[in-house]
Design a protein around this ligand. Sequence first.
Ligand SMILES: Nc1ncnc2c1ncn2[C@@H]1O[C@H](COP(=O)(O)OP(=O)(O)OP(=O)(O)O)[C@@H](O)[C@H]1O
Ligand SMILES: [Mg+2]
Length: 325
Amino acid sequence: MNSLLDAQGLVKHYQIGGGGLFGLGERPLLKAVDGVSLSIDAGETLGLVGESGCGKSTLGRLLIRLLPPTAGRVIFEGQDLTSLHGASLKQARRAMGVVFQDPFGALDPRMTVEAIVREPLLIHGERADRGRTAAMLEQVGLPASAAARYPHEFSGGQRQRIGIARALILQPRFLVCDEPVSALDVSVQAGIVNLLQDLQARLGVAMLFIAHDLGVVRHISDRVAVMYLGRVVEQADKRTLYARPMHPYTQALIAAVPALTPVGRAERRAKRIRVGGDIPSAMAIPSGCRFHTRCPVAMPVCRETDPPLVEHAPGQSVACYLYGG
Ligand SMILES: Nc1ncnc2c1ncn2[C@@H]1O[C@H](COP(=O)(O)OP(=O)(O)OP(=O)(O)O)[C@@H](O)[C@H]1O
Ligand SMILES: [Mg+2]
């Protein structure tokens, strides 16, 4: 087990509502993440793709222990994160960073850029001199003069650069990027993806890169995991996944990848996966294979038994009875 990070049987369920009279009724269970195992090597980028609500952000937060799991474990550098608390958890977290989707909400508007970027150093009791933040700002392509200014003075793309600088200032070994370009103008998206790829190569940080569609992660990922209703249904190295997708859901996602033209975001959204209807609710996950209600090639067995994620070809795992099992 040489991976940087190993997630084993991760589950995150939410109990919704107050239940019936006196709270005695059965409270519905929302299964945001429903049994995910995956591993990420040092310096590697894993793309994580799936429709809205399938549990990508929840999984990302579980991996860096921003959320405690309902069940399962996360082993990071040989240490079980789920068993850590207080000072030892804080110590482990130092090695992990996160970049959020919304560059407008993620930065404190009352703090200068320098204060924002420096804050993690202070939290962890590290040397926080000007030179260190200035060097970090330079690495993300911001001028030194940005340090004294406030987030609202910057464009969305530049704010995302500030968020990236903050996420990397502690030199993490694992970075979760949760749809870091989805809220940005299409015209600046490529610049941010290229920057992340560049920094990733330069700093050797491993990354989980979350996105809605397979188009965005193609460029940056070494491997890609496809998520559906709380589960990973297929995982493979990039070349294999795009050349020979096995799961019918992955095949549908690949067919939905928008052309490389600057179409508006609304248009891209409208083009997303069309595989017979909408994604079922995470509160009513179908029996058997959770994809069977939308699967164009579902068989009787798919309604009854949940297919496990099995390695069917070197480096390619798929949870689908089309390939036996
Ligand atoms: N704190 C919470 N309490 C209850 N339900 C939650 C909570 N957080 C997330 N959920 C639910 O869990 C499911 C997965 O949410 P999550 O945000 O992880 O999905 P996602 O794949 O990141 O979606 P998106 O692409 O829209 O960001 C959704 O049904 C969501 O409504
Ligand atoms: Mg999300």
